[in-house]
Design a protein around this ligand. Structure first.
Ligand code: DP6
Length: 337
């Protein structure tokens, strides 16, 4: 009997222009194009096996600090919904065992769903002998409901296109991982699970009166970001990613009900990065739907040291992780069980 088992690795990513709000929630169709950088060391490794010997689907998740363990509840349900979608496409009804491990501590505020759903979709589709093209794989990953995971299929610098049709909304690579050595310094302010999920934020986006202006601005902003990546122009990129982060948080703060993700340490970090720029340090802030700040800069040990020294006295910082630009989702030989 042939083996229905495969493993995959997929990167986390940080968005330069953010996905915020959906035109179709069931199909995870975004209101705007978004652009991100895939990360290198922050990734998820997932093994999926389908077999007659399994009596039910099992989902085991672990991370760099916690061994894999069987999970129940909504995390398991989301994984199973994606397996189910792929089983239907493969005309296969076997149960599966999924074992997934993040290379970073989960629950410290680094989003794991992007890398997790990209790795799950690639491993499960290969185990089922569904050989999707990268574009099709990004669409299938999007359908799992984590929009940012759509971008984690590709390495380097990635754009996820909006569309009102499922087949028209997919990710594509703008430049590969060796194009530009950018760094993401993730400054963790809170280790708490976020009070407001991204899903809640997407749902509330249309209640902000700023939604229309954000969508309008984004067209020009995305064009500048694409060009800045192509030209490796950190200043042009940095100005736009900060504007986009403030625009997203402005929308969150003016939604009904309003969502304020920032903590006192968040504001202190944002001010510090601005101050460092006046001293000639080219570093720029971005944030997802949470209180942590990602500082983007060109790889340079002096810049990294200056940033670390400037962060050190800020009360409330829990941890700093620095990562570079990484490869996209890929099938690997080593199975987790
Ligand atoms: C602010 O719905 O992809 O990070 O909760 O991680 O599945 P998960 O988030 P998702 O929304 C991401 C929102 C964002 C911006 C972005 O990554 O584009």
């Amino acid at each position: 009997m042939s083996e229905f088992k495969a493993s995959a690795l997929a990167p986390s990513n940080i968005a330069f222009t953010k996905y915020w709000g959906r035109s179709n929630a069931a199909l995870t169709l975004p209101l705007n194009d978004s652009i991100s950088m895939s990360l290198d060391k922050l990734q998820t490794h997932t093994t999926v096996e389908f077999s007659e010997k399994f009596k039910k689907d099992e989902v085991h998740i672990g991370d760099s600090e916690n061994p894999v363990r069987n999970v129940e509840g909504s995390k398991r349900e989301r994984v199973i919904a994606q397996l189910e979608r792929l089983r239907v496409l493969a005309h296969n009804s076997m149960h599966a065992k999924v074992v997934s491990k993040n290379s970073f501590p989960t629950g410290v505020g680094i989003a794991s769903s992007a890398s997790a759903f990209a790795a799950l979709t690639l491993a499960a589709s290969n185990a089922l002998n569904l050989h999707f093209s990268p574009k099709e794989l990004s669409i299938q990953t999007r359908l799992a409901g984590s929009g940012s995971a759509t971008r984690s299929i590709f390495g380097g610098f990635v754009k996820w296109k909006k569309s009102t049709h499922s087949n028209g909304s997919f990710a594509m690579q703008l430049e590969n991982e060796s194009h530009w050595q950018l760094q993401d310094m993730v400054v963790l302010v809170s280790a708490q699970e976020k009070k407001h999920s991204s899903l809640e934020g997407h749902g509330a986006a249309s209640t902000s009166s700023y939604l229309g202006s954000r969508i309008k601005e984004l067209k020009a902003r995305n064009a500048i970001v694409v060009q800045a990546i192509r030209d490796k122009d950190i200043e042009a990129l940095g100005v736009e990613i900060e504007k986009d982060m403030y625009s997203l948080h402005c929308m969150a703060m003016t939604s009904a009900p309003p969502i304020l993700y920032w903590q006192p340490a968040t504001v202190a970090i944002l001010h510090t990065v601005t101050q460092l720029r006046s001293q000639g340090i080219k570093a720029y802030s971005t944030m997802d739907a949470g209180p942590n700040v990602h500082i983007i800069f060109e790889k340079n040990s002096n810049t990294e040291t200056a940033l670390r020294n400037a962060m050190q006295p800020i009360p409330g910082i829990q941890k700093i992780i620095v990562d570079g630009v990484g490869k996209g989702a890929r099938v690997v030989d080593n199975h987790l069980f």
